[in-house]
Design a protein. Structure first.
Length: 364
């Protein structure tokens, strides 16, 4: 294993003379952000942090600049064994002074690169890099994540603990991956793995292809700043959500339950990727608008912490995840619906940038 102290992009090993050179010639700094989170039995807990760190160092080798030690505090961590999560306010209070000091120290390009894809977590980081550019107009501050950089690629570019993240670790730190801990069955499901069994899908080759593409695109974006372009941390989010989260949910026909005027029913996500719901725009039953006061959403799947999330509290920092092949329970305390067959139509907002729906028959 190479001695990290020999890496000229490693902030913690840079001496003052080298830092002065960076600030004069290529005042670029990367802040890798990850988390400690369960990704199945075959991967280390620091997958997100390790992925972000490696992509940042490979990009800095192209653009020059320096890479800070990775930040492992994150919000939106799955409620699975050994994970550590902080509130979004804590994340903000940590990131804001770091970014401010980097700008005050003379860096003109600041890249916050997340290996953790939780959208509330990313929303805070985007808000903070935008805020920094308002305060320092001569600074370009960008927040992005690996799957956004690869949104234009063909093939699998996003998952949790499956082909994509396993392939990255096989490329970056192959000694940390133990595929033998997974079931020898392509159809087997594992806690913490949200896609097909990576024992049969992941490869170091795919990890390198994804990493090379992400590094190339990020380097091009940074090059554009020197040509007068302005950082836009939201543009790639829109592209990614349109690719990964588009597609309506399905009303589960036999899931209707009516009790004392209150109604519950289920929506199913048949798509291969998660959806992050930040608002319920409307809900009608038999063409009649339903009062959403007190309405809640719940995700009963193992490893999910979404229980009785109030619809009126949804937002970009308080969104609701429904992942692949999961069901979401909708409770309407004031529906006033009679038993029988009904037509349900729902309009949902994803990540504050895309609208989808669900329409179907419901039988109680």
């Amino acid at each position: 294993m190479a001695d990290p102290s020999l890496d000229p992009t490693a902030y913690e090993f840079v001496r003052p003379a080298r830092m002065r050179q960076v600030l004069e010639e290529a005042p670029i700094v990367f802040l890798p952000v990850g988390c400690v989170e369960y990704h199945g039995p075959h991967l280390p807990l620091g997958v997100d942090m390790l992925t972000a760190d490696n992509i940042c160092h490979r990009t800095a080798a192209v653009t020059d600049g320096v890479v800070l030690p990775p930040l492992w505090l994150a919000s939106g961590v799955l409620p699975l064994p050994h994970g550590i999560v902080v509130d979004v306010t804590v994340l903000r209070s940590v990131v804001r002074p770091i970014l401010g000091q980097l700008a005050e120290g003379g860096f003109k390009v600041i890249v916050v690169f997340s290996g953790h894809g939780a959208l509330d977590h990313l929303h805070v980081l985007r808000e903070e890099t935008d805020r920094l550019m308002d305060e320092f107009p001569d600074v370009n501050a960008l927040t992005t994540v690996w799957n956004e950089l690869n949104a234009g690629m063909e093939g699998d570019i996003h998952d949790h603990g499956a082909k994509v993240e396993t392939s990255y670790l096989m490329e970056f730190h192959p000694h940390t991956v133990d595929l033998a801990t997974l079931e020898d069955d392509p159809e087997a499901e594992h806690v913490g793995i949200y896609a097909a069994n990576p024992r049969f899908t992941a490869s170091r080759e795919w990890g390198k292809i994804m990493a090379d593409h992400a590094v190339e695109r990020l380097a091009r974006i940074i090059e554009g700043f020197s040509e007068g372009e302005r950082a836009d941390s939201w543009m790639m989010l829109r592209q990614l959500v349109e690719r990964l989260q588009a597609g309506d949910l399905v009303v589960v026909e036999d899931s209707g339950r009516i009790r004392n005027g209150s109604m519950t029913f289920e929506l199913h996500n048949p798509h291969p990727q998660s959806k992050y719901i930040t608002a319920v725009d409307s809900l009608t039953i038999d063409g009649r608008q339903i009062d959403l006061a007190g309405a809640t959403l719940a995700n009963p799947s193992i490893g999910e912490g979404h229980t009785n999330t109030h619809v009126d509290r949804l937002g970009p920092l308080t969104g609701f995840y429904i992942r692949r092949d999961q069901r979401m329970v909708v409770t309407l305390p004031h529906a006033r619906i009679e038993p029988g067959d009904h037509v349900v139509e729902v309009r949902l907002v994803l990540a504050d940038v895309l609208e989808i729906g669900a329409r179907g028959s419901l039988r109680e």
